[in-house]
Design a protein around this ligand. Structure first.
Ligand code: GLT
Ligand code: MN
Ligand code: MN
Ligand code: MN
Length: 385
């Protein structure tokens, strides 16, 4: 029961299960895991794929011969296990050069270097078969507004994204670019804080069809927003290209907790939404084991993320199939043809009839039975139905 299999499309990043547990106050508590070792372990657990930053696989400054050896070992592990690399991304946050931004640094040398690193990561990903390229503008932010940078960063960021898309196109790479918003951390404020702000940016790019979202549960939650609603909007716009699943308490630092460990109800409705939506991309767990854990705890964490997802999937299906839920929902969505005939596309005739409309008094006194409906969801979650 609840055994993850590759067709569930569960993925982890090398940086997630490989997280060594450093935090701003404490040193590493775990050893770095070799990338090929991670591949074998994830395959045993039933994952579909492994994602990476350029530097997770090939640390900065690795000599070319060593780079080839790492790549050979990693590719062999992929071949032995059938694990995929669906997504890659450039680390544009660790290098001290990026302390005041990477693609939006005020220093054009740094902007050019960030772009070069992005192009190289596109090459690396293509070599590994990746088709999703995430851009997380973690350092594209500020603590100080005295620079007047806020109005300028948009052009820099947009130009860089257009550049990457055209490079990928010219190389014949088949990427979809997934942009990942976050409100703050590591910067005091990040310029692209929410799913809404990213969606708005996409419309201003040269090749908008190549760009979509990589929303993260923790990030919208940090901003006090409803992640399920954010994902629903991205889905409706055909812009959910990738998703980062984890958990988070509101208004704290980025916790990246095990999926479903904190906001079980939000996780339930998220799985309900995703599974019904036809989204067939990876379910990526961008989370890591608690700092209290050794390596056994890391694999328990990874198993837990996938197991909770599968349990919630089963519960969501049972909830939707529950006759009481169905009856409540049928009453909830009124299908009276009379008002429906007045809605939809504009016509002069409809506008005239709308002006004559008298709202039935029952619309004011009606109850929506949401207390019953929500209690049923809670009871499914608690396992008593
Ligand atoms: C980093 C960040 C994540 C992003 C990763 C992609 S790196 O761990 O916290 O939310 O998805 O660069
Ligand atoms: Mn996060
Ligand atoms: Mn993180
Ligand atoms: Mn993320």
């Amino acid at each position: 029961m609840y055994q993850p299999r590759p067709e569930h499309k569960f993925t982890f990043g090398l940086w997630t299960v490989g997280n060594i547990g450093r935090d701003p106050f404490g040193e590493a508590v775990r050893e770095r895991l070799e990338p090929d070792y991670v591949v074998y372990r994830l395959a045993e657990l039933g994952a579909y794929g492994v994602n990476l930053h350029d530097e997770d696989l090939i640390p900065r400054g690795t000599p070319p011969a060593e780079r080839e050896a790492i790549l050979r070992r990693f590719k062999k592990a992929l071949q032995d296990t059938g694990l995929k690399v669906p997504m890659v991304t450039a680390n544009l946050f660790s290098d001290p050069a990026f302390k005041d931004g990477a693609l939006t640094s005020p220093d054009p040398w740094v902007r050019a270097y960030a772009l070069k690193k992005s192009l190289e990561t596109l090459d690396l990903g293509a070599e590994l078969g990746a088709q999703i390229y995430v851009v997380w503008p973690g350092r594209e932010g500020a603590e100080v507004d005295a620079t007047g940078k806020a109005p300028r960063v948009w052009a820099w960021f947009r130009e860089a994204l257009d550049f990457m898309a055209e490079y990928a196109e010219e190389q014949g790479y088949n990427y979809r670019f997934a942009l990942e918003p976050k409100p703050n951390e590591p910067r005091g404020d990040i310029y692209l804080p929410t799913v809404g702000s990213m969606l708005a940016l996409i419309g201003t790019l040269k090749h908008p069809h190549r760009f979509g979202l990589n929303p993260e549960f923790a990030h919208e939650t940090m901003a006090g927003l409803n992640f399920v609603h954010a994902v629903a909007q991205a889905l409706e716009m055909g812009k959910l290209f990738h998703i980062d699943l984890n958990d988070q308490r509101m208004s704290r630092f980025d916790q990246d907790l095990r999926f479903g460990s904190e906001n079980l109800k939000a996780a339930f409705f998220l799985v309900d939404l995703l599974e019904a939506s036809g989204y067939d991309g990876p379910r990526h767990f961008d989370a890591h084991a608690l700092r209290t854990e050794d390596e056994a705890g890391v694999w328990a964490f990874a198993r837990g993320c996938m197991r909770t997802y599968l349990i919630l999937k089963e519960k969501a299906q049972a909830f939707r199939a529950d006759p009481e839920v169905k009856a409540l929902l049928e009453a909830y969505y009124q299908a009276d043809p009379e008002p429906l005939a007045l809605l939809g596309a504009y016509s002069r005739e409809k506008a005239q009839r709308l002006k004559q409309l008298e709202l039935p008094e029952a619309c004011r006194s009606r109850g929506y039975a949401l207390e019953q409906l929500d209690q049923l969801a809670v009871e499914h979650l608690l396992g008593v139905r």
